[in-house]
Write a protein of this length. Structure first.
Length: 97
């Protein structure tokens, strides 16, 4: 009966690296996140500035409307992230994502 020795160190370089799928690009690294933050800030600043003339007139852009628009922006952002996650996957060892 012959015995063969198997050198484990020789085959480690030949093996391909196992890539596991993880989350898509982190949310804070996406352009839609930056656009979302800019839009929310624009709505909040507009709500503060518009209608603040010191008179006793009704506010044409109230806090209620601002919150409604921010809610719509949030829903849109969540849908965009869901579509991004459903479409592609990145890998844990992909450092450029």
């Amino acid at each position: 009966m012959s015995t063969s020795t198997h050198d484990k160190t020789k085959n480690t370089a030949d093996r391909s690296v196992r890539r596991t799928a993880g989350e898509t690009r982190p949310a804070t690294k996406t352009t839609e996140f930056m656009a979302y933050i800019a839009a929310v800030l624009a709505v909040a600043i507009t709500a503060l500035v518009v209608g603040d003339d010191g008179e006793n007139t009704t506010d044409p852009f109230s806090a209620e409307q601002a919150l409604r628009y921010i809610t719509f922006l949030t829903i849109g952002y969540m849908i965009a992230r869901g579509l991004a996650k459903a479409g592609t996957r990145s890998h844990q060892d992909d450092h450029n994502a």
